[in-house]
Design a protein around this ligand. Structure first.
Ligand code: SF4
Ligand code: MG
Length: 320
């Protein structure tokens, strides 16, 4: 299959400025050389602790931020060299949903107007057509079309996320970047939203990049999962393979905090030592070495590269 999205050695560095003169003192390497492909109709889970760069990566992909280096190809076109017209199409085809959808919604706008907006910006529809489309969107995400007359504050967290999803769906996107869409919701509501995303994907074939800090959240919805640590992918595999056969010590640590569903999968308990290092001053060699229970001398010296064996990629000196 031809990938929908191709990331090659993507980097996003933030300059660190200090003192009265705001002199630049190095960089935070929020995204530090990330490469992967995402295929049409695929859900790709991206997991890591807060500060690992996963939200930055999502924002760079949807072009809310510019990459520092590397390449993003969408539909086989380099995003950086798209014409104005291609860029416009890209903005329709690639949407994002956020942890708190309402931080990006106008509190004084009715839901109906919010959902009609994409149609007035990107195409020529009559008012009646736009109202019908907004009503259809509300139905599609499991809300009563009468809600169009209400304002954002009149909805619960789960309903708000449904509205955020409806807005993202308005222009029939090919890719939705979901940045922690359920982490602010009650556990009982989380699975409803995840199920909704899964259903919508099945009926429309949209690709999802699903960002989360918790592996258990992405487990059931993702075809493949990548685990990120301090700006780099440390492991990437199909969801099944990652859960049955985790290789990287960091992934195993994340998994050991999730209760196994099956006794056969009883996991060793590995507890993470120490805090996540300061991303402005990451450890030399393997960035995980300050917290890794298996650290060896080589880990403090050489950066392990992501090596793939039959679809399962791991960056660790221990894994040959
Ligand atoms: Fe641990 Fe070394 Fe592997 Fe890094 S390279 S995860 S420090 S064993
Ligand atoms: Mg984040």
């Amino acid at each position: 299959a031809i990938p929908l999205l191709e990331l090659t050695d993507l980097k996003k560095y933030y300059p660190i400025r200090q003192g009265l003169l705001r002199k630049q003192k190095g960089y935070v390497k929020a995204v530090d050389g990330v490469s992967f492909n995402l295929f049409p109709g695929e859900t790709f889970g991206l997991v890591g602790e807060s500060g690992c760069g996963k939200s930055t990566l999502g924002r760079v992909i949807v072009q809310l931020m510019e990459a520092t280096a590397g390449e993003i190809r969408f539909g086989q076109k380099n995003v950086a060299s798209m014409s104005a017209k291609e860029k416009q199409a890209f903005r329709r085809q690639v949407q994002m949903i956020f942890q708190d959808p309402f931080s990006s919604l106008n509190p004084r706008q009715k839901i109906g107007d919010i959902l009609e907006e994409p149609y007035s910006i990107h195409s020529k529809h009559s008012k009646q057509e736009r109202e019908e489309k907004a009503a259809a969107l509300l139905r599609r995400v499991g809300l009563d079309p009468l809600h169009a007359e209400r304002y954002p504050h009149q909805f619960s967290g789960g309903q708000r996320q449904r509205i955020g999803i409806a807005r993202a769906l308005a222009l029939n996107p090919q890719l939705i970047v979901c940045d922690e869409p359920v982490s602010a919701l009650d556990v009982s509501i989380q699975s409803q939203i995840i199920n909704l995303l899964e259903e919508l994907q099945e009926e429309s074939g949209v690709s999802l990049l699903f960002i989360a800090h918790d592996l258990s959240v992405v487990k059931h919805i993702s075809h493949r999962i990548a685990v990120m640590y301090l700006g780099s992918i440390v492991e990437m595999a199909t969801a099944e393979e990652l859960f049955l056969n985790p290789q990287h010590p960091y992934t195993r640590t994340l998994l050991s905090s999730i209760p196994a569903e099956h006794p056969r999968l009883k996991r060793e308990r590995i507890t993470l030592v120490g805090e996540i290092p300061n991303p402005a001053n990451p450890p030399i060699g393997c960035k995980f070495h300050t917290r890794c229970p298996y650290v060896e001398d080589i880990c403090k010296r050489d950066v392990p590269v992501l090596k793939e064996i039959s679809g399962h990629a791991v960056a660790c000196h221990l894994i040959k």
